[in-house]
Write a protein that binds this ligand. Structure first.
Ligand SMILES: C=C1C[C@]23C[C@H]1CC[C@H]2[C@@]12CCC[C@@](C)(C(=O)O1)[C@H]2[C@@H]3C(=O)O
Ligand SMILES: O=C(O)CCC(=O)C(=O)O
Ligand SMILES: [Fe+2]
Length: 354
């Protein structure tokens, strides 16, 4: 039977995740379990920012109209320079995005004991819980999430026994829209890498047409002491690309070497697109492997919806042929790579470097 992207994540947890999210509504101050200090690898101490000339406008990743005539060039430049950009004119209906965000708010507003009924299994993918990579860190993140790999129905029934359909329908509709948008963005990226039509056809039939994605609903509640907390610890995403809707609350930051943490401010109607490890490998390192984190805030609840797009677990990935320079990575199956990432986190990539 054909594999899917979620097969790459099942049973690859080296560190089973038995932690449950804090009941955020019940705490008035930051619990010790959630206090991060400079050496907790949260990047909290890494506030290095070059002194900018007064009045200099800080550079930030571009907002690209996907229907603009020079979209392909802009996407390629952003992938090389930043590894992230925002897109408008993406074709995902605004009311669908709003509807999915409203369902996420409804889910996270449920009482803590109700949410825990849909807890993700320690070696599972779908369900409610702390970030999957939490076991790598000594402290807990100011975050609760709900992952949907495949159907959400089983877990949604636990949350809303009598009316789970509307949640599942909205998520399915959104996933379908994300899948076609991600496919189109991947084709633009391949063109930007100089891959000719014949090779694009081959890649499309070999793994792109079978690629799909998982949804991650993220909630970062208001935090009593945000300077000592972290919403999501610094990381890179593992798959090809991530497409992220963020509500109107800031929090996402990317690490720009030599500058420090650069905010990606929400642009109404835009979606954030970032390069994952598999796209970094496919581009032979040309597209930047974007390191990012989320910082919480005191007064506004941040919600985001991430769509993680990748090929089936048994797909073999390697740097595309005909790219300039010698290959920098060996061939790897998606399942093997995810296994390396789940065991070694960011060091996983070094195991396939040539
Ligand atoms: C399909 C995916 C992609 C996941 C796992 C699963 C669902 C949630 C994604 C994240 C989201 C938070 C960072 C990360 C590193 C994490 O721990 O969970 C991501 C991970 C990956 O990019 O590998
Ligand atoms: O919520 C955000 O702003 C970013 C989420 C993220 O990086 C992730 O889910 O991988
Ligand atoms: Fe991420």
């Amino acid at each position: 039977m054909a594999t899917s992207i979620s097969n790459a994540y099942e049973d690859t947890n080296i560190h089973p995740n038995n932690t449950i999210p804090l009941d955020f509504g019940s705490v008035l101050q930051l619990p010790e379990s959630h206090v991060w200090t400079d050496d907790d690898d949260s990047g909290i101490g890494r506030r290095t920012c070059l002194a900018r000339q007064p009045g200099a406008v800080a550079a930030s990743p571009p907002v690209i109209d996907l229907r603009a005539p020079d979209a392909m060039w802009l996407v390629g430049d952003a992938c090389r320079r930043w590894g992230v950009f925002q897109v408008t004119n993406h074709g995902v209906p605004h009311d669908l995005v709003e509807d999915v965000e409203e369902h996420a708010r409804r889910l996270f507003k449920l009482p803590n004991d109700q949410k825990l009924k849909a807890l993700r299994a320690p070696n599972g993918v779908t369900g409610y819980g702390v970030p999957r990579f939490s076991p790598f860190f000594p402290k807990l993140m100011w975050h609760e999430g709900f992952t949907i790999a495949g159907s959400a129905m089983e877990h949604a029934k636990l949350l809303w026994p009598h009316h789970y359909e509307e949640f599942c329908d909205a998520m399915d509709k959104y996933k379908q829209k994300m899948k076609s948008l991600a496919y189109n963005i991947l084709l633009v990226m391949l063109k930007a890498l100089g891959v000719d039509e014949e090779d694009r056809e081959k890649l499309s039939s070999s793994f792109l047409c079978q690629s799909d994605g998982a949804l991650q609903l993220n909630s970062y509640p208001c935090c009593p002491n945000p300077s000592q907390a972290i919403g999501l610890a610094p990381h890179t995403d593992s798959l090809l690309i991530t497409i992220l809707h963020q509500n109107d609350t800031n929090g996402l930051q990317i690490m720009q070497e030599g500058v420090g943490w650069v905010p990606i401010r929400p642009t109404p109607g835009a979606l954030v697109v970032n390069i994952g490890n598999l796209m970094h490998i496919l581009s032979n390192g040309a597209f930047h492997n974007m390191y990012h984190r989320v910082v919480p805030n005191e007064t506004s609840h941040r919600f985001t919806i991430g769509y993680f797009y990748g090929p089936p677990a048994d797909s073999v990935l390697a740097p595309l042929p005909k790219l300039p320079g010698p290959p920098r990575f060996r061939a790897v199956t998606v399942k093997e790579y995810i296994g390396l990432k789940n065991k070694h986190l960011e060091k996983g990539l070094s195991f396939i470097q040539l």
